[in-house]
Design a binder for this molecule. Structure first.
Ligand code: IVH
Length: 663
């Protein structure tokens, strides 16, 4: 055997062992044997770089660090599923479909994995790309991180189509999740909230070596392509299993809706014993031709639906109510519970939302309470077992003063929460603002953690965000023994953040209601901080998807002198306040034209139409006014909108007319 043959042999051998271990759950060699094969391959590859293969099993350890993710259009849109919650809903689903086809409908039932969806592309049997769902039309290229997931084959075996996509869910098994949290507890770190969040965070790590350390796994459940082996979804998945994919074994095929109902019932109970989290069942029409006939609505396929389980509930003792102060000064009451196992995780704290919620449920310290984990990350208290109440307990008196700085709390009309308005001096608010500013989705200064921020504030080295950019290594050295490397890293991290884009700087400022998406919209529309600061309320609400609440908040933020001074200082430190995002430009056919998009369309989603408008130089506006050039209307446009357009003499254009206009 020459070197090349040996390399080929080792690659096949190791892939086979990976498949046995990670897909079949049935190891074929000892760890020792596996490691020595891998080491031999690594050595040979190092000695013979001419045989490099990006899909060799050695490439699974990661090793590449990238600056950011590239957004790539999906070949087939990634849609979500409609939800159902009861047996009747499922029977309605069946009735709806029977109106579309005369043929008997076979269904396939699958578990609904609670992870992050992923789309994998294969060409000639090799993994070439892995994309996240993103906004459904384009997703982030996370191939390098995905390659570290051992149950995803990098090379296929058997008789696979030349080119196809396969979709599935990346998740972290519950036992691995619990182990991760045990390790965090040992290091005195806050536990992770749930497996789904870590799975999603792991895919977005810039260093694939780090992603490789996460216990990620992947089930695949949807084969797409022009040359699928069969016209049955169920059989396609069975074939894909032979190519090396981890296809869930719980999948079942039924001849009618009754089978579906019994599957749902069975898993409602059995799901508690699964080694991974699921949040429902997915029901799909099996026949791919029938699927095509049934088609899609704007958001989801008509031929598939999800059945959501009722949220799991447990009862436990409420030991104490404490109050948290957020970065905006909002007070959140927190239930400190007798720890209890709920939906796979250990729960110690739950949200009590606000004063009204506590009063409505008459929640008191010492009560036996019901805790539920719904779609949200944080569990909530949903009720009290009054029969168990201590005779001498007394109603909860909500606090009137800030638990941190003792300032009197205020509650504005229409607000559900109490607020501490001492924003400049109240420590948790100051810390919260810094935490938000340095966060991964904002300035991404990961060399600075919450504890360091707190220390720097207490040592009076920083008090407003711009102070970060004045820090010098010498300021930090006295804070930590042998801390030069630590201090250098912090300064480098802060320095690097000067390259962060305008939209993220805008998000980092922490203006109320200006989340990631809104920041992006504002940055794209106004392009500079100067324009945004000078924008009036009316100009703001004219921007697509910017409503009264956001506009008011933005105007009020920039009307405060301390904020304009902050911006000046940050500009002085060279942060980016100009949008460099150049939207893909197709033509100027819609230059100077303001369009309102309304209703549901046959061929494009609303989002796609809005993108097209921008790419052709037009402006999307959210409400009809005399300045609107036309309304692009689909089905189900609201009657009041129609009336308004008629009253103002604004013309109504159909999807087809619009596409003709820009073609
Ligand atoms: S099929 C067009 N099957 O649920 C159909 N999705 O709400 C595409 N999911 O984005 C999805 N388990 O991330 C399908 N067995 C399963 C699933 C599943 C979990 C997720 C998926 C999707 C979301 C839809």
């Amino acid at each position: 055997m020459n070197v090349q043959e040996r390399i080929d042999f080792l690659r096949k051998e190791i892939s086979g062992h990976n498949h046995s271990y990670y897909v079949l759950d049935n190891p074929s060699v000892s760890d020792f044997e596996f490691d020595s094969l891998l080491k031999e391959l690594q050595n040979l590859e190092n000695l013979h770089p001419e045989y490099f293969d990006r899909n060799s099993p050695t490439q699974r350890v990661g090793g590449s660090v990238i600056d950011g993710f590239v957004s790539v259009p999906h070949k087939y849109r990634m849609l979500s599923l409609g939800n159902t919650y009861s047996e009747e809903d499922l029977i309605d689903f069946d009735t709806r479909l029977k109106k579309i086809t005369d043929q008997p409908i076979k269904y396939v039932c699958e578990l609904k994995y609670d992870g992050v969806s992923i789309s994998l592309s294969y060409k000639h049997g090799e993994l070439i790309q892995a994309l996240t769902r993103g906004d459904g039309t384009k997703g982030d290229d996370v191939t390098l991180n995905v390659k570290t997931i051992k149950s995803i084959p990098l090379k296929l075996k058997g008789n696979y189509p030349k080119e196809f996509e396969i979709r599935g869910e990346i998740f972290i098994p519950i036992s691995d999740f619990n182990k991760m949290n045990e390790n965090r507890a040992k290091e005195n770190l806050e536990p992770y909230a749930n497996p789904r969040n870590i799975a999603s965070g792991s895919l977005k790590l810039l260093d694939s070596t780090e992603a490789g350390k996460r216990p990620l796994d992947c089930f695949l459940y949807y084969l797409l392509g022009e040359n699928n082996p069969t016209t049955s979804h169920y059989n396609n998945l069975k074939e894909a299993r032979k190519w090396g994919f981890k296809i869930p074994t719980e999948i079942e095929q039924f001849n009618d809706i009754n089978g579906v109902l019994s599957f749902v019932k069975k898993w409602e109970e059995k799901r508690k014993h699964l080694p991974f989290e699921i949040d429902g069942i997915v029901i799909k029409v099996d026949d791919v031709n029938m699927q095509e006939e049934m088609g899609f609505t704007a958001k989801s396929p008509r031929w598939a639906i999800s059945y959501k389980f009722k949220a799991e509930q447990v009862s436990t003792r409420l030991n104490k109510i404490t109050y948290q102060v957020g970065r905006t000064g909002a007070i959140t009451p927190v239930a400190n519970l007798e720890p209890v196992q709920l939906a796979g995780t250990r729960v110690k704290r739950a949200s009590l939302h606000n004063a009204d919620q506590i009063a409505k449920l008459d929640i008191r310290e010492g009560d036996l309470v019901y805790v539920e984990k719904g779609g949200e990350i944080i569990p909530k208290v949903v009720g009290v077992e009054l029969k168990e109440r201590d005779l001498f307990s007394s109603p909860t008196m909500y606090i009137n003063f800030c638990p941190s700085c003792n300032t009197e709390l205020i509650r504005k009309e229409g607000d559900s929460k109490h607020y501490c308005i001492n924003s400049d001096l109240c420590l948790p608010q100051i810390i919260g603002r810094f935490e938000h500013f340095i966060g991964r989705k904002a300035m991404n200064i990961d060399s600075l953690g919450s504890e360091t921020v707190e220390l720097l504030i207490k040592k009076q080295l920083i008090s407003t965000i711009s102070d970060l950019y004045l820090l010098k290594i010498e300021d930090l050295l006295p804070l930590k023994k042998d801390g030069r490397k630590w201090a250098e890293n912090i300064i480098i991290g802060i320095d690097k953040s000067r390259n962060i884009s305008f939209e993220r700087v805008l998000f980092a400022l922490g203006i109320r209601y200006v989340g990631e998406t809104v920041a992006k919209k504002l940055a794209n529309h106004f392009t500079t901080i100067h324009n945004l600061m000078n924008a009036t309320f009316d100009q703001l609400i004219d921007v697509d998807e910017i409503g009264d609440k956001i506009a008011e908040s933005v105007v009020s933020y920039f009307s405060e002198q301390k904020n304009t001074i902050l911006i000046e200082n940050l500009k002085f430190h060279n942060l980016c306040f100009i949008s460099e995002e150049k939207e893909e430009y197709l033509s100027d056919k819609l230059e100077g034209i303001s369009i309102v998009v309304s209703g549901v369309f046959d061929n494009y989603s609303r989002k796609e139409l809005k993108d097209l408008i921008e790419k052709h130089g037009g402006k999307n506006v959210s409400s009809i006014s005399k300045n609107t050039t036309f309304v692009l209307a689909g089905d189900n446009m609201g009657p009041s909108k129609k009336q308004k357009a008629e009253d103002l003499g604004v013309s109504i254009v159909s999807e087809e007319e619009f596409i003709n206009k820009i073609s």
